[in-house]
Design a protein. Structure first.
Ligand SMILES: *Cc1c(COP(=O)(O)O)cnc(C)c1O
Length: 357
């Protein structure tokens, strides 16, 4: 089989060393003679993985003492519901930067008074709204830092006068984050830190317990904080793999080093998109995501879209079809994607241009 360059938007590519460790652990977990798929989560060997996974999150993101981190099942989409359940009392403010942001808003609206205070839907979400007013009477402001489908990203940690809650599903661990600016950060693992099936939430502990509604046990973050994410059976294998991904990030030099690598990959691809007469980027330049790079055929070249798709596929490119709401192409350059993968895609775009000159 020829080398494949995987640009899937999620579940994402993971480092080869992580695949190898996962295979090993499926056969024999930590020298126990039992597969990681079959070990009891009530063992000291498993406790050690849970403890170390939390410790790695703390270390890599410099998470302050008064924050807790939990790992759960259900997908980031379930956290759209966890958020209002645990934090919405009188009013919630949401910034609408795409499909995921709007889905998060919908769950809040179902539980109480939620408002979208800014939106980039007027331009098919190709930018991040700025300069909007944050209502002082809202319980929290919800943002989506990276918009996986549209390739826009808020690359700085904004100042919010009210508690800030962020869906960081698709850019977590891609850059340093000032956790202290957020009341909560959450997301699914499958875009940058592991396989599908586990989600994370980093929560400022004293922000919980302020709503008057009944919160079902499983949807109450306090349940999972109190039981160290083992109130019920945790997604054991998924957490194990996430643990290996975090170790890999640490070995590379942490999130600062990861960010340098990611910025370089994104620049390489955006430079080619801007130079190449066959393609144009869809997101406005200042808000371009370093994780999801979206582009379409240049005006007048639209009829060549299917041809480029086939050409790229033959060259080993996997997962570059754009989301149906944007069309064209999307290359997801998550942490495990290498500079070499990006250069292979760039070479493919250059060859395609030559063919059509
Ligand atoms: C993929 C994604 C989600 C949804 O994740 P699921 O785990 O599939 O529910 C939510 N938010 C963002 C930003 C995403 O990229």
């Amino acid at each position: 089989m020829s080398k494949k360059h995987v640009f899937n938007a999620g579940p994402c590519l993971l480092p080869q060393v992580v695949y190898d460790k996962a295979v090993e652990a499926i056969k024999d977990f930590a020298g126990t003679g039992v597969s990681v798929l079959s070990i009891s989560h009530r063992t000291k060997e498993w406790d050690a993985i849970m403890d170390d996974t939390r410790a790695l999150w703390r270390e890599l993101l410099n998470i302050p003492e008064d924050y807790e981190i939990v790992f759960l099942g259900g997908g980031a989409s379930l956290e759209f519901l966890y958020v209002p359940m645990n934090f919405l009392e009188k009013k919630a403010a949401y910034v609408d930067t795409g499909v995921w942001a709007h889905k998060a808003f919908k769950e809040a609206k179902g539980l109480g008074n939620a408002v979208e205070i800014a939106s980039s839907s007027d331009k098919n979400y190709n930018y991040i709204p700025k300069g909007y007013e944050i209502p002082a009477d809202a319980d929290y402001l919800h943002i989506t830092t990276n918009n996986t489908i549209y390739g826009t990203e808020l690359k700085e940690d904004i100042d919010s006068p009210i508690p800030l809650i962020a869906d960081m599903s698709s850019d977590i661990m891609s850059r340093p984050v000032d956790v202290s600016k957020y009341t909560m950060i959450y997301g699914g693992a499958q875009k940058n830190v592991g396989p599908a099936g586990v989600i994370f939430a980093i929560i400022k502990k004293d922000a919980l317990g302020k709503v008057s509604r009944y919160i079902p046990t499983m949807l109450d973050y306090r349940t999972h904080i109190d039981k160290l994410s083992m109130f019920n059976t945790p997604p054991v294998f998924n957490i194990f793999v996430m643990h290996e991904v975090l170790k890999w990030i640490k070995d590379l030099g942490g999130v600062e080093a990861m960010n340098k690598i990611n910025v370089k990959k994104a620049e390489t691809l955006y430079n080619e998109i801007d130079r190449n007469s066959m393609f144009v980027g869809t997101a406005v330049k200042e808000d371009r995501s370093i994780m999801n790079v979206c582009f379409v055929m240049a005006p007048g070249k639209e009829n060549l879209q299917d041809e480029f798709m086939a050409f790229a596929k033959a060259a080993g490119m996997v997962g570059i079809k754009g989301h149906r709401s944007v069309g064209g192409f999307r290359a997801s350059l998550y942490n495990a994607c290498t500079q070499e993968d990006v250069e292979a895609l760039v070479a493919c775009m250059q060859e395609f241009e030559k063919l059509h000159k």
